[in-house]
Design a protein around this ligand. Sequence first.
Ligand code: ADP
Ligand code: MG
Length: 239
Amino acid sequence: MATSITLDRVEKSFGGLQVIHGIDLQIEPGEFTVFVGPSGCGKSTLLRMIAGLEEITGGELRIDGTRMNEVPASKRGIAMVFQSYALYPHMSVYKNLAFGLETAGYKKAEIRERVQRAANILQINPLLQRRPKALSGGQRQRVAIGRAIVREPKIFLFDEPLSNLDAELRVQMRVEIAGLHQTLGNTMIYVTHDQVEAMTMADKIVVLKEGRIMQAGRPLDLYNRPANRFVAGFIGSPK
Ligand code: ADP
Ligand code: MG
């Protein structure tokens, strides 16, 4: 079920301005990969190209070996979770979770089952009849993740999902997302500018700077054998 992602000399230009330069990357099925790097280094752009929300202007993206460059977002089997929760304020939590499935034409019973399964995983059963404004930040983020889960995607992409939460809640949600990965076993990419998040959550870290990969590997390998000063500084290795 889990899925591989291959980036083969992937590039992105906006107009004349190139912001992603020749990215080569292999993500194995079921891997939890973290893209980390300073603001503006291209993390979101890379993620949006994988999701199909941004056109790839050079190179090739493959999912399970199949070229995806021209495949529309809705056909890629990918769900994305953003930092802004973007829940529908006038709908209950249940409806927020069900809405995408309803518009996609799923039957009521199937929808109920999927929402129930997601609610169990995220432990939000008691919240299903509430409106988003009656939820805490952490609860809202759980619902946002739930909206991704109900679609049963092959791949989950997270773009700084915890950056609106306070420090304590961030730590708690980190553990929950790691648990979600354990439970579901899907291939996941998680974007953050937070080194601690990267070090604690990743199977594989990809350190980016100005649209290029500085180093990719397991957290401890990067820590012990940083490829350059930037990686050492960013990961916090001893110099
Ligand atoms: P990050 O997520 O790492 O903070 P982004 O992927 O958002 O970085 O941005 C990478 C670079 O691409 C930045 O220089 C940003 O200004 C530029 N960029 C992003 N989106 C657009 C766009 N729609 N048009 C022009 N430039 C963009
Ligand atoms: Mg970003």
